[in-house]
Design a protein around this ligand. Structure first.
Ligand SMILES: *Cc1c(COP(=O)(O)O)cnc(C)c1O
Length: 372
């Protein structure tokens, strides 16, 4: 049996090596390392794949979120609502821009932002909501978008973990993660579902004016060379990463299917155990399983993690501390106990190995070790 890894990027690379290597060689031969034609090729292919009217490639997912918020013209003190159970980047950019992160609790089953909690957190200063499609499943966007519309709030989706996930609205419309709100953000960090071999990210929008604005912000606030209309940043996807991503994008659907097959295997194995809860599903969304995350309700998580480690099975805790309990984000308005679901999740979640290269022998072995 091959050693079990949280993510196996080597085996995945071996299967597409010829295409990836050719793309890299083309970039090096052209010496167009920044803003080369590969970046535009990939941008167009990603527009086709996602159905987004505009894709803006940027340096990483965190930059994508920052540029998105910069484009909305928010003012210091404006409030931006985010879930408290997420990766730090979601709130980090809000705080960096002098905006006020307002955190809310999540749903126990899906671990995604609670729309009811969002509704209760809205004040006259609220300007935007940043839902996170955590672990690869869309937040419940139809009611969330309705709340946003009712209160005239922007919606910036953090789709860093959910590229390719699909949400079906009650009228039958199907949209991809990142293309439902005003702006969507994704990351191509190597371990993400569509990962490059370094840092990368992209912004999605269907709004022409926002697209133009974000393109300028990502390029030093510049539309005409050396004319700076506003203060921007420098954030680009480089040509080598674009070539790698362009070689991988045609495989994204099979990668998603492989993750879903592994998740089905896990689901079946754990479905009878009352102390090991499988990831809850939202009927309206597909799940692309960036992570397969169990909730261990009466089993001791740390003991389980140690037992798996003793069997050479890695397992990770995403995320051990909710935002409102992070030292850097302590805020007198929040106390431990304020967000009971997120706090309970932080204490009981455990993510199992999840990637495109898990075979049945490995899955059997992981399942046996979890159930032992
Ligand atoms: C990975 C991730 C980010 C940040 O992406 P980077 O490319 O690492 O900057 C933001 N939000 C979430 C939910 C993520 O998982």
């Amino acid at each position: 049996m091959r050693p079990i890894q949280m993510v196996d990027l080597q085996t995945q690379y071996q299967k597409i090596k010829a295409d990836v290597d050719r793309g890299i060689e083309e970039v090096i031969a052209s010496a167009q390392f920044i803003k080369g034609p590969k970046v535009n090729d990939f941008r167009q292919h990603l527009e086709q794949y996602t159905g987004a009217r505009h894709v803006i490639p940027v340096g990483n997912g965190t930059d994508a979120l920052q540029i998105a918020l910069m484009a909305l013209g928010l003012k210091p003190g404006d409030e931006v609502i985010t879930p408290t159970f997420t990766f730090i980047a979601t709130a980090e950019v809000v705080a960096l821009l002098g905006l006020t992160p307002v955190v809310v609790d999540v749903e126990w089953e899906t671990m995604n932002i609670s729309v009811e909690a969002v509704r209760r957190a809205i004040t006259p200063r609220t300007k935007a909501i940043v839902p996170v499609h955590l672990f690869g499943q869309c937040a419940d966007m139809e009611p969330l978008l309705a709340v946003a519309k009712e209160h005239h709030l922007y919606v910036v989706e953090d789709a860093c973990q959910a590229i390719g996930a699909q949400y079906t609205f009650s009228d039958g419309t199907v949209r991809q993660a990142g293309t439902m709100g005003d702006i969507g953000c994704t990351s191509f960090f190597p371990s993400k579902n569509l990962g490059c071999y370094g840092d990368g990210g992209a912004i999605f929008t269907n709004d022409d004016a926002l697209a133009d604005h974000m393109q300028a912000i990502a390029n030093h606030g510049m539309r005409v060379r050396y004319h700076h209309d506003e203060i921007g940043v420098n954030s680009r996807l480089d040509s080598l990463q674009a070539a790698i991503l362009d070689a991988k994008l045609p495989h994204l659907d099979e990668y998603i299917a492989a993750r879903q097959a592994a998740a089905d295997f896990y689901d079946k194995a754990f479905s009878e155990r009352e102390d090991i809860l499988i990831p809850g599903r939202l009927a309206a969304s597909t799940h692309v399983f960036h992570q397969y995350t169990l909730r261990l309700v009466s089993t001791d998580r740390d003991a389980m993690r140690e037992r798996l480690a003793a069997n050479n099975i890695p397992a990770m805790v995403y995320y051990p501390i909710p935002l409102h309990m992070q030292k850097a984000y302590r805020n007198p308005r929040y106390r431990e106990g304020d967000f009971p679901v997120a706090e309970r999740l932080a204490g009981c979640v455990l993510s199992l190995p999840m990637h495109t290269e898990l075979d049945n022998q490995q899955l059997e072995y992981i399942v046996r070790s979890v159930l032992a």
